[in-house]
Design a protein around this ligand. Structure first.
Ligand code: F1P
Length: 358
């Protein structure tokens, strides 16, 4: 019986999204209006460490390429050591952290306070240091994650900061909301439920069938951050060698390392740039490496019978969040295959405390 916290918490994501839309979004809406009226921010530093940094990269892409906001994802330590840039116009810090206690992220808040940049702490613990010391504390409402490994707080954090961008856009009446955005948002919990039930057995089978000693993850747009997190989950839970690239960037050098014994995950949602990605996957297969697409694109699924098939009807706006589910499940079941305990990985704690100075 699979009784690890990590699996339970992966399966809890649909409910967590439902609760966030009901309880957290109204709080985000009022905070966005207060922040806009007080500061008129235009440069958004989205920071975090480890999984929280990758979680910040998902809304950063969404801010820049969908909402038209200047979203910059940087690791907390980089913000502490280098921000703000001389040309930043009315910057604001949005610091993401499950615990609210990670040293570099706490220091990022303190740096913002010291240079007069308004700060929002987005955490799963409103009693944490970051929540106490920031200007605005946003509790995602995604609580009680027992596993050291972040799963529902990863997707919950990415969703919370994405919602913040959507509400800030509305607060300033800048742009018409992107098409289908509200529809995709309303069906996000049911889409996630569909994904969990559609892919869990596939991910388990792929994990048990995996005969590779190195894994490569390819994703573009917001899905690049999802793939970074998918690769990190595999390293954190079963210490397997894994790396991640922007899909089309893979040809420019890393392609040289391909050979039999390497497995390449390629995340390909239906719609854009399919022929280019299919051409690349064909070239990768030609080296003897194993290609495993994660996709709901018919042309991809027909070509690669070992694909992890995502539901056809899921919305596109939150694909980077929904495609996390098969990536998390593969990492979990691969750890089971390797007889590892994913809830207590070696050399890793729930949050890191270390020395860092601006
Ligand atoms: C950040 C983090 C986690 C990682 C590990 C150590 O924690 O790097 O991403 O999985 O647990 O801490 P937080 O700032 O999000 O609490």
């Amino acid at each position: 019986m699979d009784s690890h916290h990590m699996l339970k918490e992966i399966r809890e994501q649909p409910q967590a999204f439902g609760r966030m839309l009901e309880d957290t979004r109204p709080r985000i809406r009022s905070m966005a209006r207060a922040v806009w009226n007080a500061y008129r921010p235009s440069t958004f530093y989205l920071t975090g460490c480890g999984s929280s940094y990758y979680a910040a990269m998902i809304p950063a892409h969404y801010y820049s390429y969908t909402l038209g906001l200047d979203g910059r994802a940087v690791p907390s330590s980089e913000f502490v050591w280098y921000a703000p840039g001389p040309e930043d116009c009315s910057p604001i810090l949005v610091a993401l952290s499950r615990s609210g206690r990670t040293s570099e992220s706490v220091e990022a808040i303190r740096k913002a306070v010291s240079v007069g940049i308004p700060s929002i702490a987005v955490t799963s613990d409103s009693t944490s240091t970051m929540s106490q010391e920031c200007d605005y504390s946003l509790d995602t409402g995604v609580t009680s994650e027992e596993s050291v490994i972040m799963t529902k707080t990863f997707t919950g954090g990415a969703l919370a900061v994405t919602l913040l961008g959507i509400e800030l856009n509305e607060a300033q009446g800048r742009l018409h909301p992107p098409e289908n955005l509200e529809d995709d948002l309303a069906k996000l919990p049911s889409d996630a439920r569909q994904v969990v039930s559609a892919v869990e057995d596939q991910a388990k089978y792929r994990a048990e069938a995996a005969n590779a000693d190195r894994f490569i993850y390819l994703g573009s747009g917001g899905l690049y951050a999802s793939c970074l997190e998918g690769a990190l989950k595999l390293r954190e839970t079963s210490y397997a060698a894994s790396e991640c690239y922007h899909t089309m960037e893979f040809r420019h050098g890393p392609f040289a390392e391909l050979e039999k014994g390497i497995q390449v995950f390629s995340v390909v949602p239906k719609g854009k740039n399919i022929s280019e990605q299919l051409t690349l996957l064909k070239e990768i297969s030609g080296t003897g490496a194993t290609v495993v697409p994660i996709s709901n694109e018919p042309a991809v699924i027909e070509t690669y019978k070992n694909s992890i098939v995502m539901p056809d009807s899921i919305g596109s706006h939150f694909a980077p969040i929904l495609y996390m589910i098969p990536l998390q499940l593969f990492a979990y079941y691969y750890a089971m295959k390797k007889k590892r305990n994913p809830d207590e990985p070696r050399n890793l704690t729930k949050f890191v405390t270390t020395e860092i100075k601006a």
